[in-house]
Design a protein around this ligand. Structure first.
Ligand SMILES: Nc1ncnc2c1ncn2[C@@H]1O[C@H](COP(=O)(O)OP(=O)(O)OP(=O)(O)O)[C@@H](O)[C@H]1O
Ligand SMILES: [Mg+2]
Length: 260
């Protein structure tokens, strides 16, 4: 193993009544890696992320972040983690800038951090608007900006692409890539849409019914996609995929410009 493990789980398990939301999950995410946690609705992604962040207690197993056991009575590790979990919340009557300023003070980040994240998330035009009046996509950008204010070493993002348009998804993908490449930020990101993470992740863990079904690195992902499409795709599906791709490029070209 080359890089240090930033997130480790061992035998992580959570039940809700008869439902096993997360079952005996062993994960290891290394420093500077972008790890995508991919699964269908109800697979156990949010439950896992809540346990990673210490928001809920596992029934069994443990989580280590930066090598330390996650304990809420000793939350020093939290300062090094930026997170976004499911429905993002901000103070609706405060502006984007005020929300970010509040987050900056809470985390002890330097004064320049607010301007930096406004720029990083393309929120300049919306900076003085109230958070409650933002479009869904800009709410999500604000949530991401809050996660980034303290320049965390680890980002834990639950479906960060929710509400973003295709151009926004590409922007966020590039932002996360540059954080990982330039600053060595470790990223744990969940998604239920493969294409969102296929071009971003260094590794993808597929979760189903709370279990880790498979882990694929980039090479394995490309090989699996090639082998699968060669065997399984009909001519019609190939044509449909191509059309979708071309239409998306056309749409992006016709709507090129900054987000308001
Ligand atoms: N607080 C809760 N009480 C009861 N059951 C829950 C609770 N939270 C999650 N579950 C159940 O645990 C399972 C996993 O849910 P979870 O929210 O982790 O899935 P998910 O992968 O995040 O799905 P989605 O893609 O829809 O966000 C589901 O069957 C869900 O109904
Ligand atoms: Mg979820």
């Amino acid at each position: 193993m080359s890089a240090a493990a930033v997130v480790t789980t061992g035998g992580l398990t959570k039940r809700y009544g008869n439902v096993i939301a997360v079952a005996d999950l062993d994960l290891e995410v290394r420093q500077g890696e972008i790890y995508a946690f991919l699964g269908r609705n109800g697979a156990g992604k949010t439950t896992t992320i809540r346990m990673l962040l210490g928001l809920i207690r596992p029934d069994a197993g443990e989580v280590r972040i930066f090598g330390h056991q996650v304990r809420l009575d000793q939350p020093s590790w939290l300062r090094r983690v930026g997170s976004l979990v499911e429905t993002a919340t901000a103070y609706p009557n405060l502006t984007v800038r005020e929300n970010l300023e509040l987050q900056r003070r809470l985390t002890g980040a330097p004064a320049v951090a607010v301007a930096r994240v406004i720029e990083q998330l393309g929120l300049s035009a919306a900076a003085d608007r109230r958070a409650g009046q933002l479009s869904l996509g800009n709410k999500q950008r604000l949530a991401l900006a809050r996660a980034l204010v303290a320049a965390p070493e680890l980002l834990v993002l639950d479906e960060p692409a929710n509400g973003l348009d295709p151009a926004g998804i590409v922007e966020i993908r590039e932002l996360l890539r540059s954080l990982a490449d330039d600053l060595g930020t470790t990223v744990f990101i969940s998604s239920h849409i493969l294409v969102e993470v296929a071009h971003l992740a260094d590794r993808i863990g597929i979760v189903h019914n709370g279990r880790l079904v498979e882990e694929l690195d980039r090479a394995a992902l490309v090989a699996a996609a090639r082998a699968f499409s060669a065997e399984q795709l009909t001519e019609q599906q190939r044509a449909d995929a191509l059309l979708t791709l071309e239409l998306e490029r056309y749409f992006l070209a016709r709507t090129d410009g900054s987000v308001q």
